[in-house]
Design a protein around this ligand. Structure first.
Ligand SMILES: *Cc1c(COP(=O)(O)O)cnc(C)c1O
Length: 348
């Protein structure tokens, strides 16, 4: 048995991409002003403004849980609520941090078989209760691409944001894999965010090839009031900020952000194409970004693990495979080969 040299359990198993690493190394010369008043941080913020074609407010934090939680808490009072999909990372994977940082804003999770939130589901929750005894809906949160590897198209986002406006809700986007959505649709970042009515975007750097770091973009600038204080209080203000911001300069100015995401998506596509049509296999969701979800028998999953492959089954029991910016097509092929052999043997 050969041990896999890469795993596809998560897209954060990967390391740092060369462009982000080079920018970190370049930022490591001499001294720079602390707490974000340095040239790298200014340059990274401007790179976001130019990429998004708008004068947004930009903040840098260490991880996605902080980015989402702090962004949501900026949009909510403690007596408000946030509408999201039941599969949303903010609901299932942030240990209550959005509620904690907002001092109690409740998440209202909409049932969602495919992980997507719809305008209809938002409307239903927004009007379900309008009495004083229930936390008042104030925000809707969507994940792009979703936890199930789906992508919201601009027109879906427009329908969602229109519903948000009609019900007095702000629209937050968890963009841990925002780059994968841009690459998947061939859409501009602006078209998938503020032009579609998104107020705040948490743009993921970690899964896009950085060591650590997410950016928070406020397109609706007044909502960013005092956000710097919120970050500091939450322990998210980096004193050597240039090491959080420089890798963004590397990713954005070279176009690596989009190349990395396109490569990850292409590897998911490659895997899906290689295994499509095998007996005893069902795709749980359409493959649109860098994720492949498979319904497999328990014995097939056990056999795949026996061959040394790691994967998670936390979404509806199906096997999840995630492809990172550096996914090796040879290893993708090895995984597909092992899975084919297992399923063909099971089918007899
Ligand atoms: C990875 C991820 C995050 C960020 O998670 P952290 O571990 O807190 O950095 C946020 N949302 C989604 C959908 C993710 O997949």
């Amino acid at each position: 048995m050969t041990v896999p040299s890469q795993q596809f359990a998560s897209d954060n198993y990967a390391g740092v991409c060369p462009e982000a690493w080079a920018a970190m190394a370049e930022a490591n010369h001499g001294h720079a002003v602390a707490y974000g008043d340095d040239e790298w941080t200014g340059r990274a913020s401007d790179a976001f403004r130019s990429l998004f074609e708008t004068d947004c407010e930009v903040f840098f934090v260490f991880n996605g849980t902080a980015a989402n939680s702090l962004a949501l808490s900026a949009l909510c009072q403690s007596y408000h609520s946030v509408i999201c999909s039941a599969a949303a990372h903010v609901e299932t994977d942030e240990c209550g941090a959005p509620e904690f940082f907002s001092n109690g804003s409740k998440l209202l999770a909409a049932p969602s078989p495919d992980g997507k939130l719809t305008a209809g589901a938002i409307r239903t929750l927004a009007v379900a209760r309008q009495d004083i005894h229930y936390p008042k809906p104030r925000v809707a949160s969507v994940t792009q691409s979703t936890e199930t590897g789906r992508i919201y198209r601009p027109e879906e986002l427009l329908a969602i944001s229109e519903t948000c406006r009609a019900h007095g809700l702000s629209l937050h986007m968890d963009g841990a894999r925002f780059a994968n959505a841009c690459a998947g649709l061939g859409c501009s970042p602006a078209d998938l965010s503020w032009r579609a009515g998104v107020d705040v975007l948490c743009f993921g750097g970690t899964k896009n090839g950085m060591a650590v770091g997410e950016a928070i973009l406020f397109f609706n600038r007044p909502q960013a009031e005092d956000f710097d204080y919120r970050c500091k209080q939450a322990g998210q203000l980096a004193s050597k900020m240039r090491f959080l911001s420089a890798p963004w300069v590397g990713l954005l100015e070279t176009g690596a952000w989009l190349r990395n995401a396109a490569h990850a998506n292409a590897c998911a596509r490659l895997f899906a194409d290689r295994i499509s049509g095998l007996p005893g296999l069902e795709f749980a969701f359409p493959v649109e970004a860098n994720a492949v979800f498979l319904n497999l028998s328990d014995t097939a999953m056990a056999a795949l693990r026996q061959k040394g492959w790691r994967f998670y089954t936390f979404i509806g029991g199906c096997a999840r495979f995630m492809f990172a910016w550096d996914a090796d097509p040879g290893q993708v092929d090895a995984l597909a080969g092992d899975l084919s052999a297992i399923l063909e043997a099971e089918a007899g």
